[in-house]
Design a protein around this ligand. Structure first.
Ligand code: ZN
Length: 643
C-alpha cells in the first residue's frame, strides 16, 4: 500500500551553507521580512497601503479605524509569520521574535470566544460569517494561520500561537462535515486542507486529518453546491459566478479530475493537499488523480520557466499548449504552490521529475518574482515584455516591465519569503532505509536521530557537481540516493576517490548507493553544466521557430539592456557556440551566456517585397531570475532561431 515513502527532515536538522542560497536566505531575513513588516504597519511612504496589522487591532476592539484591504488581507500577516518562524530556525533574532510575539498577542486579542478569527468579518460583517465560502476566503485565511502557528511552535517551542490555531481549527472541525449538527461546506480557495494535515502531523489529533479529508472528498460532489450557497445569501463580495465550476476546481470530485483547471494557485494548493493526503492514508485513487494532473501540467500547461496560469482571466490554466509569453499570468504564488505539490509527490514516490520541477521553480518561476534587492516584487512573471505595450495596452495591463514595491493584493511576496526561508525542507529526504539528496544545495543535515550527518558542498548553479561528506559515530548500513537532473547527460560518481559510476543502481532519476557507511566517507559527483538549447512542442504556437537557452537549472532571458531594442528581430543560429561567462552583478556573480547571433534590418515600409537584411550581432542572455533589474526594457525568453 502507498504510504509516505520518505519525509523531509525538520528544519532544525538542516543548516544551509551555500554560496547561492545562503545569500537568498540572508536577503529574506535581513531585507524582505523586515520590509514586509513595515508594509503591514504602513511605515513605507509611497507604497500601496496594507493596513493588515491595523485590521487586527480593529477586530480586537483597539482601533476606531475602518477595515481596509482585501477580504483575505489577514493571510499576508500569516504568511509573514510563517516566514519569520523559518527565519528564526535559520538564526536566532530576538528583535524578529519580539515582533512576531507582538503580532501573535494581537491575534489572540482579535480571536472570538468560540475560536473564530478573521479581521474582516469580525470588524465589518459579523452577521455574514461563513455564509459566502465561495468568495470570502475565511477558511483560506485560517489555513495560513494554522500553517504559521505550526511553524512558529516548531521554531520557538512557544505554545500561544498554536493554541490560537487549534481553537480555530477545532471550531472548523466542529462546524464542517456530514455529521450531526455539522454544516456542509468547502472553501472557495483551497489552503485549509494543507494546513489541517500539517496540524494533524504535529498534534496527532485525527480530527484534523478527517476534516482535511472531508474538504477534499466533499469538493465537486454536488454540481449546485455554490449556486445554492449564493441563493441563500443576499450579498456578494466579488460577484463570482457559481456556475464557473472549474475556476475553483469543483467541476468534478477530486479523484475524477485529470487535468489542471481554473485558478492556478487554488488548483495547486488543492493538488498539494491531495498528494499529501494520498500518501498519508494510502489512497491510491487520489494518488492516481495527482499523477494525471501532474502530467497534464508539466507536459502540456507549464512555461519553460515553471510558470503556470496562461491567462489573466481567472488567473487560470486554459487548454493544452496554450502558453502565450506576453499575455501570460504565471503568478509567483502559483510557482510557489507548484513547489509544494512537487514536494508532496516526491514524498509519496521518489522520482527525479518531481525534484527537477521543484528545482526549476526555485531557480526560475519563483525567484523572478523578487527584485535582486528584495524590495520589489512581480505578481505576474512574463516570458516576453515590451515597454509601451506590456503594462499599458488593455490585454497586457497585468504584465509589468518592472517590479512594483507592493500590491493591493500582496499574496506573492510573503509566499516567496516563506518558501525560501524553509528551503531546508526541500533539499533532503529520509526513509527507513534510505537518505535522499534531492537538490544540490550546500548544507549540513542530520539523519537517523542524529547518528548520521551529511555535509553537501557545491557551487551550484555556477558549476556542476557536488560532494557529500559523511560523519557517523558508528558505521551504519543504509542507501544514499542522489538525484541525477534530467539535463545532466553524463556524470561520474566517486566514492572515497574510486570511480563507482558503473556499479551504481539508477532508478527513476536517482542513483542509489547501498553500503555500510563510515565516518569520513566522501561521495563525489562530477558533471559539467552544459549550455542547452530548449525547443517547444510544435503545439505551442507562440514558440514556433524559437529556441530558449538554459544552463543547468537556469533558464535564460535576453534583455534590451544587453542586446538593444526589437529583440524579436534577433536570430540565434542553430550552430552558434554558446559561451558561459561569470559576471559580477548587484547581488553576487552569475553566469551569463554569450553568442554570435544576427539582427534583421528592414526599411521604413510596413510591408515590402524585399526580405530583411541580416547583420552579425553579439548577443547576451542573463538568468531569468535576474531580469528586470536594470530599468524598463524589452525582455524575451523564446528567441527566433536561424538554421
Ligand atoms: Zn500571489
Amino acid at each position: 500500500m502507498l504510504r509516505k515513502v520518505q519525509r523531509a527532515p525538520e528544519l532544525s536538522d538542516v543548516k544551509i551553507t551555500d554560496p547561492f542560497w545562503s545569500d537568498i536566505q540572508d536577503l529574506m531575513r535581513e531585507t524582505v521580512i523586515p520590509y514586509q513588516a513595515d508594509i503591514f504597519e504602513d511605515k513605507i511612504p509611497g507604497q500601496e497601503k496594507s493596513h493588515a496589522i491595523e485590521n487586527f487591532k480593529i477586530a480586537a476592539g483597539e482601533s476606531d479605524e475602518s477595515f481596509y484591504g482585501m477580504v483575505f488581507q489577514d493571510s499576508d500577516v500569516y504568511k509573514w509569520l510563517e516566514a519569520a518562524s523559518y527565519a528564526l530556525e535559520i538564526a536566532p533574532d530576538p528583535e524578529l521574535e519580539e515582533k512576531a510575539d507582538a503580532y501573535i498577542d494581537l491575534l489572540g486579542r482579535a480571536q472570538q470566544e468560540d475560536g473564530y478569527l478573521n479581521s474582516y468579518f469580525t470588524a465589518k460583517e459579523p452577521e455574514h460569517r461563513w455564509q459566502d465560502l465561495l468568495e470570502c476566503h475565511e477558511l483560506y485565511c485560517s489555513g495560513h494561520m494554522i500553517e504559521a502557528a505550526v511553524a512558529y511552535f516548531k521554531a520557538t517551542g512557544k505554545k500561544k500561537f498554536l493554541e490560537i490555531a487549534e481553537r480555530n481549527a477545532d471550531l472548523i472541525c466542529r462546524r464542517f462535515g456530514r455529521g450531526d449538527g455539522q454544516r456542509r461546506g468547502v472553501p472557495g480557495h483551497q489552503e485549509i486542507e494543507i494546513a489541517l494535515l500539517r496540524l494533524y502531523r504535529l498534534t496527532k489529533n485525527s480530527r484534523y486529518l478527517e476534516t482535511a479529508k472531508y474538504f477534499l472528498d466533499e469538493r465537486g460532489t454536488e454540481p449546485e453546491y455554490f449556486a445554492e450557497e449564493a441563493k441563500r445569501r443576499d450579498f456578494s463580495h466579488w460577484g463570482m459566478d457559481p456556475d464557473n465550476r472549474k475556476y475553483a476546481q469543483y467541476h468534478a470530485p477530486v479523484r475524477e479530475q485529470d487535468s489542471a483547471e481554473g485558478h492556478s494557485v487554488r488548483a495547486c494548493y488543492m493538488y498539494t493537499a491531495m498528494a499529501d493526503l494520498a500518501a498519508e492514508t494510502g489512497d491510491e485513487a487520489l494518488m492516481a488523480a495527482c499523477r494525471k494532473i501532474w502530467r497534464n501540467i508539466t507536459q502540456k500547461r507549464m512555461y519553460v520557466t515553471g510558470g503556470i496560469g496562461s491567462t489573466r482571466y481567472g488567473e487560470a490554466f486554459t487548454v493544452d499548449y496554450d502558453l502565450p509569453n506576453d499575455t501570460i499570468y504565471a503568478e509567483t504564488c502559483a510557482s510557489v504552490a507548484m513547489v509544494f505539490f512537487a514536494r508532496r509527490m516526491l514524498e509519496a514516490e521518489v522520482k527525479g521529475e518531481y525534484a527537477d520541477i521543484m528545482e526549476k521553480e526555485l531557480f526560475n518561476g519563483v525567484l523572478s518574482g523578487i527584485q535582486l534587492d528584495g524590495k520589489r516584487f512581480f505578481y505576474v512573471n512574463p516570458l516576453e515584455v515590451i515597454p509601451g505595450i506590456s503594462g499599458e495596452l488593455e490585454e497586457y495591463k497585468h504584465v509589468l516591465p518592472t517590479r512594483p514595491g507592493w500590491y493591493a493584493c500582496a499574496c506573492c511576496p510573503p509566499n516567496a519569503a516563506r518558501l525560501y526561508t524553509s528551503l531546508g525542507r526541500y533539499i533532503w529526504g529520509e526513509s527507513e532505509t534510505t537518505i535522499y539528496a534531492h537538490l544540490f544545495v550546500g548544507s549540513k543535515a542530520s539523519f537517523k536521530d542524529g547518528k548520521v550527518t551529511i555535509k553537501a558542498e557545491t557551487n551550484y548553479p555556477q558549476e556542476g557537481g557536488a560532494e557529500y561528506l559523511f560523519s557517523l559515530k558508528q558505521p551504519a548500513p543504509f542507501r544514499f540516493a542522489v538525484r541525477k537532473p534530467h539535463y545532466v547527460k553524463s556524470w561520474k560518481i566517486f566514492l572515497n576517490g574510486s570511480d563507482i559510476t558503473e556499479k551504481v543502481e539508477m532508478k527513476d532519476g536517482y542513483a542509489y548507493i547501498e553500503r555500510i557507511w563510515a565516518d569520513d566517507d566522501r561521495l563525489e559527483l562530477r558533471f559539467a553544466l552544459e549550455c542547452r538549447r530548449i525547443y517547444s512542442n510544435v503545439g505551442v504556437r507562440e514558440n514556433a521557430g524559437c529556441v530558449a537557452l538554459a544552463r543547468g537549472p537556469l533558464i535564460y532571458a535576453f534583455e534590451e539592456a544587453d542586446n538593444g531594442p526589437q529583440l524579436s528581430a534577433l536570430r540565434i543560429p542553430r550552430t552558434a557556440e554558446i559561451l558561459p561567462e561569470l559576471e559580477s552583478g548587484s547581488r553576487g556573480a552569475h553566469v551569463v551566456l554569450k553568442l554570435q547571433g544576427e539582427r534583421l534590418k528592414s526599411g521604413e515600409a510596413l510591408y515590402s517585397d524585399v526580405p530583411p537584411a541580416a547583420e552579425a550581432a553579439e548577443l547576451k542572455a542573463v538568468p531569468y531570475y535576474a531580469w528586470g533589474n536594470r530599468g524598463a526594457g524589452e525582455m524575451r525568453v523564446w528567441m527566433h532561431e536561424s538554421l
